[in-house]
Design a protein around this ligand. Sequence first.
Ligand SMILES: [Zn+2]
Ligand SMILES: [Zn+2]
Ligand SMILES: [Zn+2]
Ligand SMILES: [Zn+2]
Length: 289
Amino acid sequence: MEKPSFYRTKNKSIKKRNKVTETNKDPNQEDMLKYKEVASQEKENEEVSRGILVLIKADVFHCPICCHALDPPIHQCQNGHVMCSKCCVNLNGKCPSCSEIIGLIRCLTLEKIIESMEISCSNAGCDAIVSYLDRASHQKSCIYAQCFCPLCSFQGCMSSLSQHVADNHKKSAVQLFSYESCFDVRVTDHELNILIAPDNRLFLLLIKDVAEGVAFSVIGICPAAEDYKFTYKLSVYNHPNYIELRSSGSMTCEWKGVHPKTFLLVPADAFPCHKLQVCVTITKKNMRP
Ligand SMILES: [Zn+2]
Ligand SMILES: [Zn+2]
Ligand SMILES: [Zn+2]
Ligand SMILES: [Zn+2]
């Protein structure tokens, strides 16, 4: 018979405690037993509020139809077969296991269990414990999330990516910079220039030829952490012409070649391409003190 190795609980609070009997009524011993009783009750209350640690096979929380995570609302047919709301719609409310109607009854117990669950972040190096339902948003914004090199297939957390870029792409346009100070980037043949911040965040100065001239924009290659935002300023000067763009920036862990909608358009007639130099200032805004 298969062992139930997937289930483990830390809660030992159901253990019965010894009762104090009238026959061993030594005052000191009585105090001690009372103390133990109170301590044990406190521990029990603490365990109830903190919850219990249980190991359950992950596929229990997967929709049996599409195999994706079962997030509420969870539907069940009258025979107890469950599925996610997407599958319920796709199957026109008919249970594939028993052909009964599905979509009228919610599996509230399973929803309650899932809503109360906490999970540790799967990114190496992160010790955050987050609500199971918030797992996706945390993992996207977690500073240990995997980021992808825009020049090769390397992936790693923010610090290993900046180290990788500095070590392996020296010949490409890679530049270190400090926040809040203006630095010049000479426009070369590169479609993108990699800028490395002191906190290991990577930024791309993207360059795109468009019909009217050249479009410049900045994007952060880093997790979109909740407590981090950045703004940037791009300016180009060629006497007597000066143009400037100030914008808030967006972040992504993987740049898939899509240029931001906000860009600095440098008209070819006013700024000859062969001597273009862009002045960049990136300012970070920590949302929490
Ligand atoms: Zn499904
Ligand atoms: Zn069914
Ligand atoms: Zn994390
Ligand atoms: Zn690379």
